[in-house]
Design a protein around this ligand. Structure first.
Ligand code: TXA
Ligand code: MG
Length: 320
């Protein structure tokens, strides 16, 4: 491990208070959410938000998710339509992000919207995230707490490995529950659109608001949609039913091919929720073996499989 772990602190009351101070002073705090760890800054401060882009090495055109304490706080920043309100009432606090028009008087840096007239917003359910938002008294802009293009962190140590001293404090809340990012829903007029599959499955959302549309253009309206993203160092081979000598295996289900050396199994029982929670941590562990390639067994595309396969396709995409 090349970086210091000194800035990791257990997420007790004193650490949350220290983290809130850092945020108010324009610094960066990594914190756990129920999905992945976020790299947080005061969403009202241009300088603080700019430092997120700088420390992540992220392309400037990527807008950020704003994390708030509750629906009321969200309503101060964006304009809700009816389906958005139904979704918020059904899934907040939780792993759903809504992209909605910015209010003209929203006290938010224009940088969080990266030039768009919308803001992506969510109310996280993780108690540490909630306490941090409340203690800071600020909406918190936070992308996943990893260097741009890399895998999302599901443990405090992943953040330290990826960002090191680029983050002022890392609040340790253990392993994140979902292990995969929030589902991002936008709206074309009033029609909900799936911008990024994520921790809340399409079916669960469609039960509330009916069929989701696919985005009209694949313009970079949701740049989590960049082709190569969530990438380990090793190359990734999908739909593997065997293992080559230079490969390590990310397995799924019972039918693990013979000859795989110490395969890691996303879920031996074929449970997609368990697989999502294990995805990034296991990719990291396989990457750390130094193998040239990670072979990944096929994963069904229903439920959380949609988000898992989305991340895996991007991990496997040709690198820029
Ligand atoms: O679970 C999550 O969503 C985590 C935790 C930390 O909350 N955050 C996260 O942030 O994954 P990030 O920055 O890695 O991904 C944000 C996603 C991207 O796909 C981005 O394009 C989309 O949200 N997004 C943000 N603002 C948007 C906007 N105004 N319009 C369309 N898409 C937007
Ligand atoms: Mg990310």
């Amino acid at each position: 491990m090349s970086t210091t772990l000194a800035n990791i602190r257990a997420g007790d009351a004193a650490a949350v208070a220290a983290a809130a101070d850092i945020l108010r002073e324009g610094g960066l705090v990594a914190f756990p959410t129920e999905t992945v760890y976020g790299l947080g800054a005061d969403a009202g401060s241009d300088r603080a938000v700019a430092s997120i882009f700088e420390k992540k090495g992220r392309p400037q055109f990527n807008p950020l998710i704003v994390h708030v304490a509750d629906l009321e706080a969200a309503e101060a920043l964006v304009v809700f339509n009816l389906p958005a309100r139904e979704l918020a009432e059904s899934f907040w606090p939780g792993a759903l992000t809504l992209v909605l028009p910015r209010k003209a008087d929203a006290q938010l840096s224009l940088l969080v919207s990266a030039g768009l007239d919308t803001v992506a917003i969510r109310v996280p359910s993780h108690p540490l995230a909630h306490r941090l938002i409340v203690a800071s008294g600020k909406p918190i802009a936070a992308p996943s707490a990893n260097a741009s293009g890399q895998m999302s962190p599901t443990r405090a140590a992943h953040v330290a490995q990826s960002l090191g001293d680029n983050v002022d404090l890392i609040l340790d809340g253990g392993a994140t529950g979902h292990g995969i990012e929030s589902t991002v829903i936008g709206f074309e007029t009033q029609q909900p659109v799936m911008l990024r599959p994520g921790a809340i499955a399409r079916d669960d959302i469609e039960r509330v608001v009916g069929s989701l549309a696919t985005p009209a253009s694949d313009a970079v309206s949701s740049p989590g949609q960049l082709q190569s993203h969530y990438a380990p160092r090793a190359t990734v081979r999908l739909y593997a039913r065997d293992v080559q000598p230079d490969e390590v295996l990310l397995a799924f289900g019972r039918d693990v091919p013979v000859g795989a050396r110490q395969p890691l199994n996303l879920s031996a029982t074929g449970d997609l929720k368990e697989a999502a929670a294990n995805l990034f941590a296991m990719l990291r562990e396989l990457d750390a073996t130094g193998a040239a390639r990670i072979a990944v067994m096929p994963i069904p595309d229903h439920g959380l499989g949609e988000a898992i396969n989305d991340r895996l396709r991007r991990a496997a995409a040709p690198r820029p």
